[in-house]
Design a protein around this ligand. Sequence first.
Ligand SMILES: [Zn+2]
Length: 697
Amino acid sequence: MASSYEPIVNANPELQSYYHSLESRIGFDLVLGGARHFGYWEKDTYWPFPLGRALRVMEDKLGDTLALPSGARLLDAGCGVGILAIHLARSRGHRVLGIDVVDYHLAIAQRNIARAGLPAAQVEVAKMDYHHLGTLDAGAFDGVYTLETLVHATDVPAVLQGFYRLLRPGGRVVFFEYDHDFVRDHEEVRDAAAKNEKQPRPRPKAFKDMLEEAGFADVMVQDYTDNIRPMTRLFFLIAYIPWLIVSLLGLERYFINTVAVIDGYRNHDRHQYLAIAATKPSNGEIVDVHLAASEVPIQYATPARFQQTNIFCSTCLKNQYLYTTALSQFLPEPDDPDYSQLEAAIPEFRERLEQRYPQCCARCEPKAKAQLEHVTYQARSDHIRRMLERSRKQRLGSRLGWRGLIISATGALYLMSLLVQLLWHTMGLATRDALSHTLAECIPGGKVPLGCSKLIEPYVGWSILLGLLCSWWNPQWQRKVQGQDGKLSGLGQYCQLQLVLLATRFTAWIWCVDFAPTHNLEILHTVFLVATLGLSLCAMLAVRFDPAAPLINWDYRAPDLVSGNQFAPRSLSNEPHFDILTLAQTTTPDLKPWQPPPMQPAETDEMDWQPSQNFDAPKPVRFRNTGSSPFYGALPALSGPATGHGAKQAIGIAPSHFDRKGPFPTKDNAGIAMADPKFFPRSSDTGLEDIFDQISE
Ligand SMILES: [Zn+2]
């Protein structure tokens, strides 16, 4: 279509500077995401968001108004950054040539087209002026449109004539234009408006007249003024304060958009947003869409070349393939009578397969182990990242939350119950003579409380009960409330000591109150005071907090993958690496539309042919996850919550004290991907000795 001539472009520096101005770029790029047109709302709303949806609706309206079949060739006169052209190409399969005079737009449009991932040449942009379209072939387009760009035309009739020439007979022209004709209505902004308008824009009737004068027929004009009002109102609200400042400083001529927005909204009854469509009369000529001229290139999905792992040699790859294939085809259909029997036989079958086809040889083992260690390292760092994130969230969330308060209160109550008992023992060992009857008699006079222990006794019972109720508290809870990082050790010891302490306290209470011979009471109190104090101190000292200790043991050695007497393949140092991809056809298939074979005329003497064999369709590959292998997938699949016990077990982290309460993974229920792989030595030299026995069975 484009000839060798350089198209004439009126550089129009005023237009360039208008679109390049900071004001325009803020409005278009930040608010409208690069679009340079209004959105469409079915009905007026004070909440115009999301704007993007309304913008796309407007673009679809334009596509609907064009009413051209998929693959039509379009000219986007004033394409801006190419958003509409890309949308029409993507949603309707049109081929679009976008033209613009603003270099800044074209550069971004090129980038947007590249990012859109459309077939080559479906959307192209060129620097061209719609006043000078002589370089494009006459009749080369099925449709021409402008979206709020005709306002920049200096000679609208000439532009229309150019469009007429470019269209094939029956081609469509569509303008979506905002007719905010403030030049005539508002003298005060004439200067500002004149910067991007050389002549008054046409009124609706004037549009119709001009289109018909240019030769177009079936002119349709629709008023979308009400449908864009949510956006004009939004712009009015955004621009109002800047407009006040601009007006105060008398800078209207430098802020065209701001002034136009305020003015346009205030006088919205005088301005109209119009959708104008017209057709170039066909006059009996052929009106086919230019589909045959250049077919839209169809993009076929191409198979992604999966990354070949260089870990395993050809022998191992072959064994792994045989292993998975045999395993996946082991089970029959679920309605088979032998199904449950075979299902039960899977572990034994798998074991035999592992013996027959060792999954890793001695030469591949170091690489496989390195990969395992790498993956484990990644899983552990992922785990620690999640742990830290969780603790950070908890720190923000629960320090003053009800959980934090309950934990702190429990800790305080536990300490109180311990202090009551210690006080009782201290009083008890002082003396047991002079019995007082009330606590009030003991305390005055500054004397050592004599024999008051008897009065505290009932409270001691309650305090032991309180201690029992609060015994779930431990320093770990307090640390979690405070959200400290770092590692606590010795929690298990702490809990055991607390149990012993509670038992001791209870024994002390029973003995001192009920069973003790009265003359030994002082000794008993002394013994239990020392025991209680000692146990409490031990429990406190048992817990060590190390903020610098690593939360995870990074040192991980993968287990041996090869047993000592496993068959090792001959040295293949010179053998080229087996490329599994060569098994499949890698050349791009020649994709041609399928043509049904020509129907044979029915012959009367046709043989009544019956197949002598039953050709069943090949059995679909069935795979049941019957076990785990470290070689499928990069990361082990974590079952259950990411930081649960299973997850820690899966990446080889010893469960902490509190994790032990959960279901402990045993050999049987450790259905986690990273269970220790089992490799068995080969019982024979090649593993193929039994293959014929298998077939004859
Ligand atoms: Zn190998």
